[in-house]
Design a protein around this ligand. Structure first.
Ligand code: ATR
Length: 270
């Protein structure tokens, strides 16, 4: 059977094997998808070894996305823009091809599963790290009215804004309200929020957190308290997997029902 895996460190709790197993059943594909604990020193050799043994495709996760990017022979446009690779496959001639499906996975989740258009919208992106860099190109491809990147370290926001031809700001200098606010800071991991002013948001603002969890994230709680609706990044996780699956198998699985099932499972587990 065709072999696939996700490489990361840590990797034991990755949801990718069960997501891809579900996609395989849904689309009648015979494949095996496992986890591979990435080694800090041996990562590149592990990748080469996997493909030498006729592996068909790899997903790459923290902390190896930049190293995967560096070892590719061919990169998709969106991987080049993101500066990171989360999906690898090997061409017939042995070229390693790298793509990044995180951004398109998020944008498709927002549009198709949540029914929110980004076109002609005033969009605020919080954070200027790898997560935000990875979504900028697909967000801009939807032709928003404007995209503003706000970051604690304004210089990092400015660098991204220069590269992607959008706006940069400190949190303090932002002027709202925005139509869409997307949180890509890692602050939520520690349960904290950047200093967001109330004037950034109103009841018509729609919020998306790239993070997800059993409980409502601190960012979505902030939005909720101000009357705004939104969604967390569980659909982004499933969405990036669906796009990788599509690259490997040329079939794009439906994602909404799996997101719902995973949500129910998360809420049932304690
Ligand atoms: P990732 O790959 O998840 O994007 P990263 O590249 O380390 O991780 O970027 C983390 C982002 O979260 C950065 O934008 C960071 O802001 P700085 O560039 O100023 O460091 C932001 N971030 C992390 N903790 C934060 C906090 N407590 N408040 C505000 N922003 C925070």
């Amino acid at each position: 059977m065709d072999q696939y895996a996700v490489v990361g460190n840590p990797i034991a709790h990755s949801k990718s094997p069960s997501i891809h197993a579900h996609f395989a059943t849904l689309t009648n594909q015979a494949l095996v998808y496992s986890t591979l604990l990435g080694d800090e020193v041996e990562f590149e050799n592990q990748v080469r070894d996997f493909f030498e043994k006729d592996g068909k495709g790899l997903n790459i996760t923290v902390p190896f996305k930049e190293r995967a990017y560096a070892m590719c022979d061919i990169l998709s446009q969106r991987a080049k823009q993101a500066g990171a690779v989360n999906t690898l496959l090997m061409g017939k001639n042995g070229d390693l091809f790298g793509d990044n499906t995180d951004g398109i996975g998020m944008v498709r989740d927002i549009i198709h599963n949540h029914g929110q258009s980004l076109t002609d919208k005033r969009i605020l992106l919080l954070g200027a790290g790898g997560a935000v860099r990875g979504v900028l190109e697909p967000v801009l491809a939807e032709n928003p009215e404007s995209v503003t990147i706000a970051n604690r370290t304004v210089e990092k926001a400015q660098l991204l804004a220069d590269q992607f031809d959008c706006l940069a700001s400190s949190f303090e200098a932002l002027e709202g309200p925005f139509d869409i606010i997307i949180n890509g800071t890692s602050a939520s991991l520690s349960g904290s929020l950047p200093p967001l002013k109330d004037e950034l948001i109103n009841a018509d603002t729609w919020c998306y957190d790239m993070m997800y969890g059993k409980e409502r994230t601190v960012f979505l709680q902030w939005a909720h308290e101000r009357g705004a609706d939104g969604a967390d990044g569980l659909g982004m996780l499933v969405g990036q997997a669906a796009e990788a699956f599509y690259l490997w198998r040329q079939i794009r699985p439906e994602t909404a029902s799996l997101v719902d099932a995973m949500r129910e499972q998360m809420e049932a587990a304690y």
